[in-house]
Write a protein that binds this ligand. Structure first.
Ligand code: PMP
Length: 393
């Protein structure tokens, strides 16, 4: 049979109704955002149809790649950290001030968002326009540092190193901020935003992402699945949702090489039998950017007792899932979102048909073209891929 339309079922049709009397289009005032600042939060919750049909569960993705100016959950976090710094007097309307942040991979993505919230703050009449300096490891997808530079940020790329190394990107950002403050010629302070340890991070998710998910689900969900880079998303959402839904499972989606999986499963970061343990302490060995860490940050610590289970996802599974989501659903995401979706499917299979699982679609594949998607290859218009092929990749 010939389909009625080339548009997929459920696609919203756009109709612009011409009000011929006044000869202009009728627009509801509530449809207008007060600048880009009005676009943070309230991201859509998307039913991922292919995964829902294949598992018999309802698998929903919180579309954070459509968030605000920065197109990721970090718009919420950046705004929260900066506002808190202002309230605590750590940042003042002073032209010599600067914000320093350590950002990796897709956490490197997060740094992309700092300039954007500054623009938002200016719209909100904040007086200062400080410099943003991002310290990031040099093995991350280059489109993220390119974007930072375009936005007017400064980028210091450092060799990937262990957290105990002074040249590690987070340590570098901390010491650069201190140098700034100590340098009288700068005539201002360096503020180290510290998204890993700054609890304004999880609080942003506790006050926005969690409540939005709860409302969008009408108060009914059976599992929440997310990876952890800083841990802010999983903690903030878990701390909001779990008291309301004590039976809801919180599951960590962890990429290969990350120590958090063992921490949740066995209570220790590194299983004694892990032969590459020393290497693991230095770097999480995965193509996935933004999630997976080998230490418990303050943001992960905040809710680690609420995490019921962890699922480890390998790089091949993540790439196969990323291709699947384009082929079947037209959803083009980055590596951490793909990891989340693999874990969401596994949770669906564990819980059985009829359950509702929410996960996070963190960012777009366009932030990952030169690394993750370069390895994942082009999408070939395949319709016959089976979900087992993705899980067995
Ligand atoms: N995905 C991407 C693309 C990210 O940049 C981050 C943040 N590093 C995450 C997931 C993880 O979020 P969180 O820091 O809240 O754990």
């Amino acid at each position: 049979t010939t389909p009625a339309s080339v548009l997929g079922e459920g696609t919203r049709k756009v109709t612009l109704e011409d009000n011929s009397a006044s000869n202009h289009l009728e627009v509801s005032i509530s449809d207008i955002s007060e600048g880009i600042g009005g676009c943070i939060g309230d991201t859509p919750l998307i039913r991922i149809k292919s995964l829902s049909e294949a598992t018999g569960c309802e698998i929903l993705g919180k579309a954070e790649f459509l968030n605000g100016a920065g197109n990721s959950p970090k718009d919420r976090v950046a705004l929260s950290m900066i506002q808190m710094a202002e309230e605590e007097g750590l940042l003042t309307p002073h032209s010599g001030d600067a914000v320093y942040e350590g950002t990796v991979g897709s956490t490197g993505i997060s740094s992309t968002f700092y300039p954007a919230p500054w623009i938002l703050l200016k719209e909100m009449n904040s007086a200062h326009t400080p410099l943003i300096i991002s310290c990031m490891p040099d093995d991350q997808a280059t489109e993220k540092s390119d974007l930072l530079l375009k936005l007017g940020a400064k980028v210091e790329r450092v060799r990937p190193a262990s957290i105990v190394d002074q040249n590690q990107f987070v340590n570098k950002a901390r010491s650069r901020a201190a140098e700034h403050t100590a340098d009288p010629s700068r005539q201002g302070r360096g503020f180290f935003a510290d998204q890993f340890e700054n609890t304004a991070n999880w609080r942003a998710h506790h006050s926005s992402t969690g409540p939005e998910i709860y409302r969008q689900c009408g108060g009914h969900l059976d599992a929440f699945v997310a990876g952890a880079g800083t841990g802010g998303t999983i903690s903030g959402c878990a701390l909001f949702l779990k008291p309301k839904l004590p039976n809801m499972k919180v599951v960590l989606a962890d990429p290969q090489g990350s120590g958090l999986f063992n921490r949740i499963k066995y209570g220790v970061m590194f299983a004694p039998t892990e032969r590459e343990g020393t290497r693991r302490r230095h770097q999480v060995d995965t193509i996935v950017e933004g999630i997976g860490i080998n230490r418990v940050t303050a943001n992960f610590e905040a809710a680690k007792e609420l995490v019921d289970d962890a699922i480890r996802v390998n790089d091949e599974q993540a790439m196969a899932m990323a291709r699947w989501l384009v082929e079947k659903d037209g959803i083009f995401v980055g590596s951490s979102s793909a990891v989340n979706c693999v874990a969401a499917v596994k949770v669906a299979m564990q819980l059985g048909a009829g359950n509702r699982i929410v996960t996070i679609l963190c960012d777009s594949g366009t932030r990952h073209l030169s690394k993750f998607w370069a390895r994942a290859g082009n999408v070939g218009g395949k319709a016959d891929t089976k979900l087992e092929d993705v899980l067995n990749a």
